[in-house]
Design a protein around this ligand. Structure first.
Ligand code: C2O
Ligand code: CU
Ligand code: CU
Length: 561
């Protein structure tokens, strides 16, 4: 394609959606400015932590050699002992326990041989402490984070966020949990201590020498579009996890820390699941569902009550079967027994396959257990009356071009924001997240390109052609959309009816009544959210939390000013 065409295509896209972009060249220099990254005089932290990322060798599989990973280590320099909970012999980073109102300073030291930066997913912190990839530091450098914990009680996590390295670094181990507590939570008497446990779920693939295998060769190509899917499920950094529990209620903080796998959490015996929190916050009241969907980046705090279970009984938490999350063509190949999908694109464990996640074995009878509170916390329910753009929502348009999943028709660019991405500080905005493909695109020349690609792809192309719709439609899949900064509320979901069958298998598992920072958008789905942009000016990312997509550029940023 000639440059003229390319420019013309860009021009048409801009003209059509009315987008103009502003460039902030200073952002590209952030790297050199941030050498100034030093503790601020006058910021007196309650907690001070030194975090280091480095290579490590950890025994993950029970037999055979240790696995080489990248791991966060933490040293508590100041503050209450319980702020840092080390997980011995685990590739996951230590669990950080914060309290609302605490001031935190973290020195991050990069001892990897490549650039890295940490993002505190779920925490509402200033731009400079949010782990924007512009702040990536090189091997041997240090970065200083300072923030006050503004969040309500809930579960967040931290992970690496260096552009184009995020997926692989998270895969190699660079992630850890964060809990936040506050006074409202303390009044509830929820399970605590040994009864408040993490349930970080990740999938990995190991080679025959116990080493992690990421996307390679042809797998790489398909894998990046579909997202990495491993064949070994790890919970809290271990395979085949079995929890010994007492006959009482527990709080399990489930995190989907996988690159792209989506879980449909459910009990083997059909017992429903109860959630008390989503993403970074407690719900107003518990929500009980036959199963709960958990996409990459999402959290859900589960109330698991073993009170009436006899000693010796075992419950298995599964990821139950579902469909509709992958492009129709991929799904067909995945399901064809012995087909390329099973082996090549998913390492044998397809997106939507059924598999066990963890076993819970009741080993001790106890007589008392906390009761599930009927009401949890109070918070303001945001409605269209709170926003200043009820009739003109900010768009987050999802599109899948071959090898280029994008948002609002563009790939990530460190130093650019479009007009539609500029948000006044303090405003509360309605945002519409939707799939953008099909007819409109063809007017911009995408249809042509799609057809040409299809033609060149032989049988696969024919099938796409036969099914109508553009290439974008054929590549339509589920995307967990994450917005940095403050949590938002989901106000509506609409399905266009195209892929209803799959949707039926997931739709009862979405909990939309609480605060969210990541939402799974199924193919054909349109979701409206309301998000406040308060407290901090600057650049705040929004992206697909399928980490392969994120690294392929399915990320943009809001500029709050
Ligand atoms: Cu957990 Cu910007 O992501
Ligand atoms: Cu985040
Ligand atoms: Cu995506």
């Amino acid at each position: 394609m000639t440059i003229i065409n390319k420019n013309r295509r860009h021009f048409l896209q801009h003209a059509a959606i009315g987008l103009t972009a502003t460039t902030f060249p200073a952002l590209l220099q952030a790297k050199s400015n941030q050498i100034k990254s030093a503790p601020t005089q006058g910021f007196n932290p309650d907690i001070e932590i030194e975090m280091t990322a480095r290579k490590a060798y950890i025994s993950i599989l029970k037999e055979g050699p240790n696995t080489q990973v990248q791991k966060y280590y933490a040293k508590l320099l100041k503050g209450p002992r319980q702020a840092v909970q080390h997980l011995k012999g685990n590739y996951l980073g230590p669990i950080l326990h914060f309290e609302k109102g605490q001031k935190v300073r973290i020195y991050f030291k990069n001892k990897l041989s490549e650039p890295s930066i940490i993002h505190w997913h779920g925490l509402h912190v200033p731009q400079k402490s949010d782990g924007h990839p512009m702040y990536s530091i090189d091997s041997g450098e240090r970065y200083v984070y300072e923030f006050e914990v503004k969040n309500r009680a809930g579960t967040s996590f931290y992970h690496s966020h260096s552009h184009e390295l995020t997926a692989e670094q998270v895969y190699q181990g660079l992630a850890g949990l964060i809990t936040v507590t506050d006074d409202d939570e303390k009044k509830l008497g929820l399970p605590s201590g040994e009864f408040d446990l993490p349930l970080a779920i990740q999938d990995r693939t190991f080679n025959d020498r116990n080493q992690l295998r990421y996307l390679q060769g042809m797998h790489g190509m398909h894998g990046r579009m579909a997202g990495f899917l491993g064949d070994t499920i790890l919970v809290n950094g271990q395979p085949n996890v079995e929890f010994s529990v007492k006959s009482r209620a527990y709080r399990f903080r489930a995190l989907n820390g996988s690159n792209s796998r989506i879980y449909k959490l459910g009990w083997d015996d059909g017992t429903p699941l109860t959630a008390i929190a989503t993403d970074a916050g407690l719900l107003e009241k518990p929500e009980t569902r036959p199963y709960i969907m958990l996409a990459s980046g999402e959290r859900v705090d589960l109330w698991l009550d073993f009170s009436n279970r006899p000693v010796g009984s075992k419950l298995v938490m599964y990821s139950l079967p579902f469909s509709g999350a992958m492009p129709p063509m991929f799904e067909k190949m995945q399901n064809r027994k012995g087909g390329m999908g099973g082996g090549m694109m998913s390492g044998g464990l397809a997106q939507g396959a059924k598999f066990p996640i963890a076993t819970f074995k009741v080993t001790e009878k106890v007589s008392d257990s906390p009761k599930l509170p009927a009401r949890l916390v109070k918070f303001e329910r945001l409605t269209e009356r709170d926003v200043d753009n009820a009739h003109d929502p900010l768009p987050i348009a999802i599109s899948m071009k071959p090898m280029a999943p994008q948002l609002n028709g563009k790939s990530f660019s460190m130093d650019q924001v479009m007009d539609i991405e500029k948000v006044p500080l303090g405003s509360i905005k309605k945002i519409k997240i939707f799939h953008d493909h099909g007819k409109k695109k063809q007017e911009h020349g995408m249809g042509m390109m799609g057809r040409r690609m299809s033609g060149g792809m032989g049988m696969m192309g024919n099938r796409m052609g036969m099914m109508g719709g553009g290439m974008g439609m054929m590549l339509s899949m589920a995307h967990p959309i994450h917005l940095h900064g403050q949590q938002y509320q989901i106000i509506s979901r609409k399905m266009d009816g195209m892929r209803k069958d799959g949707y039926e298998t997931v739709k009862d598992g979405f909990i939309d009544t609480g605060w969210k920072d990541t939402v799974l958008v199924m193919p054909g789905e349109e979701i409206e959210i309301i998000k406040p942009f308060q407290d901090f000016k600057g650049f705040f990312l929004y992206h697909c939390h399928n980490l392969e997509h994120e690294d392929m550029g399915m990320m943009r940023q809001f500029y709050v000013s």
